[in-house]
Unconditional design. Structure first.
Length: 208
């Protein structure tokens, strides 16, 4: 079997470390090297060193710890986008606010799709606004300033919007109550007159 070198990068001698170190492939394809010993045993030594290198061998960024500070290895922390949906059925258009955690390099933007539609971003289109009746979905993800994209994208389902309303009877106003009372009084007076006329006819029959 023959092996061939497809990528190489040589660290400065000042990064040399006899113990503690690791390398990780980042989501954007760059490599993160960790030279973790708390001293590199050279003049003016620092503590642990972190360095990100792209596939062209260019150093993207470094982080130097003070002398005496070291680390065993680096564990990648994924971007995490959160939402504030309250899991309630809403009766009018509403916004779901998205925010990003673990973006150590800073956030480039948050992107989203409502009901698998076009891709929009918070910086250009604002936070997701739910306007469609029924059950909605929201796919969303973050991208940091180094181009690292959150993966996999997150999917929020069960977003209910129902703007149907019930027809309620309007309570009677003071004027309506007055009119209603007058009608009742008239009905009572008519009934009283009818009753009087009935008794009068019976009296006349007995008298005859």
């Amino acid at each position: 079997m023959t092996a061939r070198e497809i990528w190489a990068w040589t660290a400065p001698s000042s990064y040399w470390t006899p113990y503690w170190g690791s390398v990780n492939i980042l989501p954007n394809g760059d490599l993160m090297g960790a030279f973790g010993s708390n001293s590199h045993y050279v003049a003016n030594s620092t503590g642990g060193e972190l360095v990100e290198v792209n596939l062209s061998g260019k150093v993207i960024r470094t982080y130097t710890f003070p002398y005496g500070w070291g680390f065993y290895r680096v564990e990648p922390i994924s971007l995490l986008t959160t939402n504030d949906f309250d899991n309630q059925t809403h009766t009018s258009d509403f916004t779901i606010n998205l925010s990003t955690l673990n973006a150590l390099a800073g956030v480039q933007d948050i992107y989203y799709k409502i009901n698998n539609g076009t891709t929009e971003s918070v910086s250009v289109n604002g936070q997701p606004l739910i306007t469609t009746q029924g059950n909605n979905t929201l796919e969303y993800w973050s991208v940091d300033k180094t181009g690292i994209e959150e993966s996999p994208h997150r999917l929020l389902t069960g977003i209910e919007l129902s703007t149907s309303t019930m027809s309620l009877q309007t309570p009677l106003t003071n004027n309506a109550w007055t009119e209603f009372a007058v009608v009742l009084a008239i009905i009572a007076a008519v009934a009283l007159v009818a009753s009087y006329l009935g008794r009068l006819r019976r009296y006349q029959k007995k008298a005859s």
